[in-house]
Design a protein around this ligand. Structure first.
Ligand code: SF4
Length: 473
């Protein structure tokens, strides 16, 4: 351990006890609403639900959700929430002002989590953490819920130990929570060289092996209030005498990008920035290649049929580029195909990415893609196009007059992992690859057959408009 690292650690520990922890404890503030805060401090389920929903929106807003949800429900009990219908819960999350940016995912997650509390924790949220457990047990209990990963499980365990004074047998497994403020301070002080979650966690473990999360709040507080992404307040910062002030390191990644733009993103912007979008959502290379090839096929179809069909070319290309954004969710990394496609190292990394994506965006690929598109704030007609051209709606696509959905659905079915193929080859490839998916989801052979026929019918419709399938390559 370098002397400079130890000095930074000492300064962070000093700051933890002196200012940050003290001020936060005094104010007892998780939200900007007194009643919502009171509920978090006095109700175990409210604390748990706040942890569950704390993502993709400001923390202050997420921690106020239990209070507002209770007002809308008219009750607050694990059993009653578990028994609330999905439709009702989605409606309550969606009622304006919406409780969360992803109302459907979070509504379903809330019901699911309450069912799990009933089945695994005797119906009491406090059983997740109480009973003189080890920190590893508590961390593991949080992490066993869909939607809670490393960051949230560590954060929750840490808050319980530090602020709620819950007794654990040890604190060895309470890690630092990797987030934008923490990583910025770690990078700029010189504690780590690369913006990497594992580097942040490992460095915190080396600094304080008995309680790695000890410096979490101080680091986060400094990141939020002093070490701002633009114009950091070094002269006032508690770390000013020990920090290496590598401010240049992550300024680039935090400069204003179109991701932060509040306006809707149109198709042209998407096409121009597609690689940054893939990076943002950690889309695996083979999915990127598939989407880009589909977009190429779309261009060829439009060029062949342009005399007879009028479509929005940019919209369709953007749709092709985005249509499988969340597809990592459905990749079975234990399958033979995955083992043939990725190296061992890639498999390990992608499995972690998959977990992270599921936690953030939901466990179904369609839902995940939609949540990503909403987070990007893409124009609504792209979301509509992607929703209307799905495989399960293909018979509808065939029967309707909308050629944009027909072209997108057809183009997707002309691209297999081998590249551009004819429709028959692609359908055989999909039959083999998705046989387990079809079996698991009880999709009958007859139904698959009907949908396959719809694709051939759509090809015929496009041929009538000038498509030459054999020239698509
Ligand atoms: S001294 Fe400056 S660069 Fe270093 S942590 Fe503080 S604000 Fe950030």
């Amino acid at each position: 351990m370098k002397k400079t690292d130890l000095a930074i650690n000492d300064a962070l520990k000093k700051f933890s006890t002196r200012v940050a922890v003290q001020s936060l404890k005094e104010q007892k503030q998780f939200t900007s609403e007194k009643s919502a805060d009171k509920m978090i401090w006095n109700n175990d389920l409210a604390f748990f639900i706040a942890v569950l929903l704390d993502q993709n929106i400001k923390a202050e807003k997420a921690w106020a959700i239990p209070y507002h949800l209770k007002q809308r429900l008219g009750y607050w009990s694990v059993k009653k929430i578990a028994n609330t219908s999905e439709k009702e819960m989605i409606k309550l999350f969606n009622t304006k002002p919406k409780l969360h940016r992803f109302p459907k995912t979070m509504a379903l997650r809330t019901i699911k989590a309450c069912n799990k509390i009933i089945s695994d924790f005797q119906g009491k949220a406090k059983n997740i953490w109480q009973g003189n457990k080890t920190s590893k047990e508590v961390y593991g209990n949080f992490k066993s819920f869909e939607g809670i990963g490393q960051k949230k499980a560590s954060m929750a365990t840490n808050i319980l130990a530090r602020d709620f004074k819950i007794r654990f047998k040890d604190k060895n497994n309470i890690d630092i929570s990797y987030d934008v403020h923490v990583r910025r301070v770690f990078l700029r002080t010189g504690l780590i060289k690369r913006d990497d979650k594992d580097q942040v966690i490992n460095m915190a473990r080396q600094l304080n092996p008995e309680y790695p999360g000890l410096i979490d709040l101080a680091t986060w507080y400094i990141g939020k209030h002093y070490c701002k992404s633009q114009n950091p307040l070094c002269d006032e910062c508690p770390l000013k005498t020990v920090c290496q002030k590598k401010i240049f390191l992550n300024v680039k990644s935090e400069t204003k990008t179109f991701f932060e733009n509040k306006k809707e993103i149109d198709s042209r912007t998407i096409i121009k920035n597609i690689d940054s979008i893939y990076e943002k959502f950690k889309v695996p290379n083979n999915i990127r290649l598939h989407c880009k090839t589909v977009a190429e096929v779309i261009k060829q179809i439009i060029s062949q049929t342009k005399k007879n069909i009028e479509v929005d070319k940019n919209l369709l290309i953007a749709g092709g580029l985005l249509h499988d954004l969340g597809n990592i969710i459905k990749i079975d990394f234990k399958s033979d195909l995955a083992k043939q496609t990725y190296s061992k190292k890639q498999l390990h990394e992608l499995q972690m990415v998959k977990q992270e994506i599921i936690e953030k965006y939901g466990s179904s690929p369609d839902e995940g893609t939609k949540n990503m598109l909403e987070e990007l704030n893409v124009e609504k007609k792209i979301i509509f196009l992607l929703e209307r051209s799905r495989w399960d709606l293909i018979e509808e696509v065939m029967n309707k007059r909308n050629y944009e959905t027909k072209i997108l659905a057809y183009a997707d079915y002309r691209v297999s992992p081998k590249g551009i193929v004819n429709l028959k080859e692609r359908l055989e490839d999909l039959k083999e690859r998705y046989k387990h998916f079809h079996f698991k989801n009880k999709i009958k052979e007859k139904q698959i057959q009907k949908r396959n026929e719809a694709y051939f019918k759509i090809e015929e419709q496009l041929v009538k408009k000038g498509l030459k399938p054999e020239l698509i390559r």
